[in-house]
Design a binder for this molecule. Structure first.
Ligand SMILES: C[S@@+](CC[C@H](N)C(=O)[O-])C[C@H]1O[C@@H](n2cnc3c(N)ncnc32)[C@H](O)[C@@H]1O
Length: 483
């Protein structure tokens, strides 16, 4: 249902899931592969852009492609506006004007959820698909201020915002299961089947206590409380949601959404998730469009924003060096619209929409003015491009996903495969691609690395792998060598 049959056939021909000598099941090549060859492509079962990242990088809620215009991306990175303002009428007029004067700045349309919940897409196709895959059960629409505080789904999302965004993924899993349940004629076991075989120990068994001073059992008890609150809120939200009509549906919500289930889903994510990363397209925009047009008036707004981003970034680096708090991305600044709830904040108050995205708010320092001449404008663009080579001055789309086949892969610090993310452009769905990094003989186990290996000691890698609950026995770790 979620992957085309041709891809499924190719995947079945190329790999199989078999018992592994390292742990449980693993993924095995069924034929030889050359270095660089694509072994399989698959669509995520569920995927989510991380909440912090959503504040700065507008991406489609279904395919994760960059949406909006380069000006809007630069605005958010320069902290000269917030995400909720992207949906304002005034902003869509600005976007049209920008498209007319500078077509290269348009990445993809901004298509809002029809219920105006704050979710955005690149196309109607993505919007409909996301709706059908479960958003219809999780969309809160635009809630009037007086109802927001008592709306169970808002309360659930607020609970996730305040505690752990993984609860939003739990809701996506539950919504997908319920959607499958409805479309397969009420077979709950079949609806659960894509998730059944994943390693899934309860969250409190796999989570690492981040506070060495706190007693582990107190930490686990705290997770139990969070899970209980989440399960109660989610159950109530799904039972009272307008998209929850029939008695069998209600019965399945009652039977699925228990604290144990929520804890198992979180444990499953902790041990099986794969990171999503889509590199920013802003550097290409700078090279292809901004640099050749530095003398044109319509580029001034971009240059002004670039100046601010570069300056903020450099200030942040200096502060980091001095051991002070780093600059722009403080997750505490998050608002409910970041979790797909528009119109209300944690206390049920309307958002302050005073920050518009059109004009760059006044700045106090002269270096933030647009460069005076084309040559200084080019120097600024070059400085940003140089910085983008060494730092993530232009944030990537960053998220997490669960995949049927790739998440069966065991880890090795000497991985023989890597995951790349493709699609998500022009209506193509987001896909994970598994690529051979060396010659792979048919019958051999395929490994990915769950962690960054380059420049790490064995001890570093042991610590990073702790949350997965095993000690790596690969040749690199056995030799005690650094990566
Ligand atoms: C994504 S799953 C991998 C598939 C898993 N073997 C299964 O049966 O579903 C990740 C879990 O597999 C286990 N695992 C992965 N690589 C391992 C390795 N090299 N040695 C031992 N256990 C490993 C750990 O329990 C880890 O949390």
């Amino acid at each position: 249902m979620w992957t085309t049959s041709t891809q499924m056939d190719n995947n079945k021909t190329n790999v199989s899931v078999l018992p592994s000598k390292y742990h449980g099941r693993g993924l095995f090549a069924t034929r030889d592969f050359l270095p660089g060859e694509v072994i399989l492509r698959e669509r995520p079962l569920v995927a989510m852009q991380s909440l912090d990242n959503r504040q700065y990088v507008p991406a489609c809620g279904a395919c994760f492609c960059f949406i909006g215009t380069c000006r809007q991306h630069l605005m958010l990175l320069a902290e000269a506006g917030d995400r909720s303002a992207l949906m304002e009428e005034e902003e869509s007029r600005r976007m049209e004007a920008e498209a007319a004067t500078f077509p290269g700045a348009v990445l993809a349309p901004l298509v809002p959820c029809t219920m105006r919940c704050g979710e955005m897409y690149c196309s109607q196709k993505c919007r409909e698909e996301h709706w059908d895959r479960g958003h219809r059960l999780l969309c809160v629409g635009h809630i009037p201020e007086h109802e927001a505080g008592s709306h169970p789904l808002v309360q659930y999302k607020m609970h996730a915002l305040r505690t752990n965004e993984i609860f939003l993924l739990v809701a996506d899993v539950v919504a997908l299961i319920l959607t499958r349940f409805e479309s397969n004629g009420g077979d709950l076991s079949a609806a659960l089947s894509p998730f059944r075989d994943f390693v899934q120990r309860p969250w409190w068994d796999v989570a690492t206590n981040p506070d060495p001073v706190r007693d582990t059992s107190a930490f686990q008890d705290m997770l139990r409380v969070l899970v209980k609150v989440a399960a109660d809120l989610l159950r109530q939200a799904l039972l009272t949601h307008p998209g929850a009509p029939c008695a069998t549906y209600r019965g399945s919500v009652e039977s699925i959404v228990s604290p144990d289930f929520v804890a198992a889903v979180i444990g499953m994510f902790e041990q099986n998730n794969v990171g999503i990363r889509r590199d920013s397209v802003l550097s290409s925009f700078l090279v292809d469009h901004l640099m050749p047009n530095c003398s044109i008036d319509s580029t001034q707004v971009y240059l002004q924003l670039l100046g601010r981003i570069l300056e903020d970034w450099e200030e942040g680096e200096e502060e980091d060096e001095e051991g002070e708090e780093g600059a722009p991305d403080d997750g505490d600044e998050m608002c409910v619209a970041d979790a797909g709830i528009s119109g209300a904040d944690a206390n049920g108050h309307e958002h302050d929409h005073h920050q518009h995205l059109g004009a760059v708010p006044p700045c106090s320092v002269s270096s933030r003015l647009p460069p005076a001449s084309p040559s200084s404008a080019r120097a600024l663009v070059e400085a940003c491009l140089a910085k983008s080579q060494t730092s993530e001055i232009f944030s990537a789309v960053d998220g997490t996903a669960l995949l049927s086949l790739i998440c069966c892969m065991n880890h090795s610090c000497q991985a023989n495969c890597e995951v790349r993310w493709v699609g998500g452009v022009g209506g193509a769905p987001l896909m994970a691609e598994l690529v051979a990094m060396e010659h792979l003989p048919g019958g051999g186990e395929l490994f990915q690395s769950y962690i960054r290996v380059q420049g790490t000691s064995v001890e570093d890698r042991r610590i990073s792998l702790k949350e997965y609950g095993f000690i790596c026995q690969c040749a690199l770790c056995s030799s005690g060598k650094s990566g």
